[in-house]
Write a protein that binds this ligand. Structure first.
Ligand code: HEC
Ligand SMILES: [Cu+2]
Length: 332
């Protein structure tokens, strides 16, 4: 439950807060170890960890390779500079026997100056080439005829997901088929925003791309293993930004066809649900939400036609169970 700073301060009254800058510094190695452990165990088709070091889709792999090269080069530079610095500090430290005179001064050395100008230029040049190629591979990709097209609209604070060619509208869960190298089937996304800037980020599938009002961005993903990939909005978009989670479910082609067929069914209309349906259409819900035939292009809240096919409620705020759904209805 959300607590205001004052509420939590009251709760902790009498016990001084221990978190300090030092605490954060000490946490860093732990976080690093956790990341490395996750690195050793990349996603195996089940729910994945949100780890940029375990890419499982073509654009994410391109970004990862470029990033790894940058990391290795920078680590090399760090070791050389840090090593020389440490050596100099120790080797030329002040000693009791020192005379106190100034050491000999060296003015200008063309060789050294040339070396520290040319070597960094070469390094930067290599990085430019590698980065440019990765950007070209990702942003210049041409959708194959088989590609799936999806439109994602960012809202405060949920994701609207539309499949224009399939006539499906859903929220917060992007379902896609896996792509196999023999018959690639990537998913191309058009990204738009209904209000403020958001950012679409599934670390294992691709880099971040912003969703910007009055502008259409695009990106693509190409997961190769079935499974659920987690992500979130990566651009601070208001108070509930942290509750704007996102998941991509990659299906085998058969399962994806089943999911599509299920989503294309009209809203349930049997006598059992008539009372609830009447209530929904006679109260305020219908101002913001849509069900099947009431669907419009301009929605304030998620489409609820196949709500119960989703794993979570409120963009990952809670698991979609009957109890949580009741709790959400009473107090969203
Ligand atoms: C003022 C507009 C508004 C009204 C009125 C409204 N909702 Fe919502 N509803 C939203 C928004 C916006 C969300 C998305 C919240 C989020 O994900 O953080 C939402 C989310 C939901 C969800 C979760 C959907 C999902 O896919 O996770 C359900 C269920 C829901 N509303 C049911 C209802 C019902 C039933 C009513 C009528 C009693 C109602 N809402 C009235 C705006 C509204
Ligand atoms: Cu957002």
């Amino acid at each position: 439950m959300w607590k205001s700073p004052r509420q939590s301060a009251e709760k902790h009254k009498g016990q001084p807060r221990k978190a300090s800058a030092m605490g954060y510094v000490l946490q860093f190695p732990l976080v690093l170890c956790w990341s490395l452990a996750a690195l050793a165990a990349p996603g195996d088709g089940s729910v994945s960890v949100t780890n940029i070091f375990a890419p499982l889709s073509t654009p994410a792999e391109a970004v990862y390779e470029a990033a790894l090269l940058v990391l290795v080069i920078c680590a090399g530079i760090f070791l050389v500079v840090g090593g020389l610095l440490a050596y100099t500090i120790i080797r030329f430290r002040r000693r009791p026997a020192d005379s106190g005179r100034e050491p000999p001064q060296v003015y200008g050395s063309s060789q050294i100056e040339l070396a520290w100008t040319v070597v960094p230029i070469l390094i930067v040049f290599v990085l430019i080439l590698v980065t440019a190629r990765a950007i070209y591979d990702v942003q210049g990709a041409v959708p194959p005829p088989d590609a799936l097209n999806v439109t994602v609209v960012g809202h405060q604070w949920w994701w609207e997901i539309r499949y224009p060619t399939l006539g499906i509208v859903t929220a917060n869960e992007l379902h896609v088929p896996v792509s196999n190298p023999a018959k690639p089937r990537p998913t191309f996304l058009k990204l738009a925003s209904a209000d403020v800037a958001h950012s679409f980020w599934i670390p294992q599938l691709a880099g971040k791309t912003d969703l910007i009002p009055n502008r259409e961005n695009s990106m693509w993903i190409e997961p190769k293993h079935p499974g659920t990939y987690l992500g979130n909005c990566a651009e601070y978009c208001g108070t509930q930004h942290a509750r704007m989670l996102l998941r991509v479910v990659a299906h085998t082609p058969e399962n994806f066809a089943q999911w599509v067929a299920m989503q294309q069914q009209p809203a349930a209309d049997d006598p059992q649900v008539h009372a609830g349906r009447a209530l929904f259409f006679s109260t305020s819900c219908v101002n913001c939400h849509t069900i099947g035939e009431t669907r419009t292009a301009d929605m304030f809240g998620p489409d609820l036609t196949h709500l119960m096919s989703r794993e979570t409620l409120g963009a990952g705020a809670a698991p979609n169970t009957p109890e949580k759904l009741r709790a959400w209805m009473r107090d969203p």
